[in-house]
Design a binder for this molecule. Structure first.
Ligand code: BGC
Length: 540
């Protein structure tokens, strides 16, 4: 297996980055919403977990119609989260602890409360202020949307203004799409990047990185090819178009002008063989590996994804990333429990069937973590996975906040179940999240899964993650070596840095190879590695 040379490797190449969903991480002022004060008070926890960096979901001023992915001001912090001064303190304190900080850039759309969109509405049809967005006359004498594009969240992707013009929103009606052909838009975002780089931000995760360019003719799209994952050859009218790469080149030039290895990470839901187009010395440094995230719990499928990921990134002189969850998908402790259902996007729609075996899900999630943390490249963790949190699939309907819930006419519950506030202590009104209840209710089971309940407890999921991250950074982070080892069909085994990682994705136990056991996701009995278990073995 070939991997790019790493030589004087940049910090992110084998980093473990921890995703902080700020709204649900820690509430410092007791108002039920996570905030910068809470995050600052928990930085020690992240240092002790051993991660290298944080990626913080959008923290900007926002009416929160899509959890902050509707930005009203890219240069200010949302008032529920704190102030710009506190953001600066957070960046400085994180740096003092050796943690880098990535922010979230949302370039496809603004909030409808952004000054630009307000100006556009006020200016009226044909005004230059409208050319920052995609306003168009309707079809059928203005009565119908300009084309058949659908919003990712359900319903048409066009809404009509009071004066009769329509505007495009690939997401919620409160998230108007920007027109990236307008140079003003390009300049504005370069300035936003500059604003945060100047404050010490180490990089950006770029939201829906594959959506920025639209076919200028705005043609109808094949109705069966509207999903966010539909881009596969550059010809789709709004996903993964080739023109978008020029935009990224401007950002990269700017990032490269700063010291300290600023990093740009693409969130691009594209076909795996399109992903290398995003990774280049003049484009993104990295892209999330959703191929790995969406792979079923199956050795053949996962081996193929690992080979493909390493191979494709090698072609463009880079290394892969690995991710098992984020704030948009069903948590893996639940996902891996679902029998025969392997499409998390569809599961977000249908809810969780009653026959899930959550013990099996957690067992697999722990094994999956050991497998992932042994792989060469960088790893992205989502807050709470280190506690083995399950998806909260039964939130009461009246608290559901995801715009998918309303836009689907209350048929699709959406993504709130993976965004429930973190449990820090066994007891308390929100299990230590804050001094009162959190913005989403936590299930009783969160007490026993809390940080307090797991810290220092041998065999807990939290301690498994801590140990694995520690071994990874001391033993695996200096080299990209990777070599498959022959194994049974249901088993994945590979060697790295003198360690053998062996994961049994089947049900029958297999012999554990000889060597000293370093870590295991479940007890090793009589030298046998049980099903749904992963282990690291030292082999000299
Ligand atoms: C984010 C989502 C968000 C969407 C629109 C994404 O892919 O991760 O949470 O709803 O972009 O901004």
């Amino acid at each position: 297996m070939e991997l790019a040379e790493h030589g004087t490797a940049p910090w992110w190449q084998q980093a473990v980055t921890y995703q902080v969903y700020i709204r649900s991480f820690a509430d410092g002022n007791g108002d039920g919403t996570g905030d910068l004060a809470g995050l600052r008070s928990r930085l020690g926890y992240l240092r002790d977990l051993g991660v290298d960096a944080l990626w913080i979901n959008p923290w900007y001023r926002s009416p929160l119609h899509d959890g902050g992915y509707d930005v009203a001001d890219y240069r200010d912090i949302g008032e529920l989260y704190g102030t710009l001064d506190e953001a600066q303190l957070l960046i400085d304190e994180a740096h003092a602890l050796g943690l880098r900080v990535l922010a979230d850039l949302v370039p496809n759309h603004t909030s409808n409360e952004h000054a630009w969109f307000r100006d556009a509405l006020a200016a009226g049809s044909g005004a230059p202020a409208r050319s920052r967005y995609l306003f168009r006359p309707g079809a059928a004498d203005g009565e119908a949307p300009p084309n058949n594009w659908r919003s990712v969240f359900g319903g048409p992707a066009w809404s009509r203004t009071d004066d009769g013009e329509w505007y495009l929103h690939l997401f919620d009606v409160t998230q108007p799409d920007l027109d990236w052909d307008n140079p003003e838009v390009r300049d504005e975002f370069l300035d936003v990047l500059r604003f945060w780089f100047d404050r010490g931000i180490d990089g950006f995760r770029v939201d829906v990185a594959h959506s920025l360019a639209k076919d200028p003719e705005l043609p109808d799209v094949d109705p069966d090819a509207q999903a966010i994952t539909s881009g596969n050859d550059g010809s789709h009218p709004f996903w993964d178009r080739d023109e978008l790469h020029d935009i990224v080149r401007d950002w990269r030039r700017l990032a490269d002008g700063y010291d300290g290895d600023k990093v740009l990470v693409a969130e691009a839901w594209v076909a795996p063989d399109r992903l290398p187009n995003y990774i280049a010395p003049d484009q993104y440094h990295q892209s999330f590996n959703f191929d790995f995230l969406t792979a079923p719990w199956d050795a053949t499928a996962r081996r193929a994804v690992i080979d493909r990921s390493i191979g494709l990134m090698h072609e463009v002189g880079s290394v892969p990333t690995w991710v098992l969850s984020n704030h948009d998908v069903i948590r893996q402790a639940t996902r891996f429990a679902l029998r025969g259902a392997d499409d998390p996007i569809r599961l977000l729609a249908d809810g969780i069937p009653g026959d899930v075996d959550l013990r099996l899900g957690l067992r697999r999630a722990r094994a999956g973590a050991l497998l992932m943390l042994a792989l060469p490249g960088s790893v992205y963790l989502y807050q709470g996975e280190e506690l083995g949190l399950p998806e909260v699939h039964d939130l009461p309907e009246e608290v559901l906040d995801d715009p998918i819930w309303t836009r689907s006419g209350h048929t699709i519950r959406g993504r709130d179940g993976c965004r429930v506030p973190m449990p820090w202590s066994r007891t308390g009104p929100s299990f230590g999240f804050g001094s009162g209840p959190g913005w989403l209710p936590q299930p009783e089971a969160f007490g026993d899964l809390s940080v307090e309940a797991q810290a220092g407890v041998e065999g807990s999921t939290l301690e498994l993650y801590r140990s694995a991250i520690a071994v990874r950074s001391t033993r695996l982070a200096d080299s990209l070596d990777f070599e498959w080892v022959d194994s049974d069909a249901d088993v994945l085994a590979f060697r790295r840095g003198g360690l053998l990682n062996i994961t049994n994705l089947g049900r029958e136990p297999v012999d554990l190879p000889t060597g000293e056991l370093v870590l295991a996701s479940a007890p090793i009995v009589d030298g046998r590695l049980a099903g749904d278990t992963s282990a690291w073995v030292e082999q000299r």
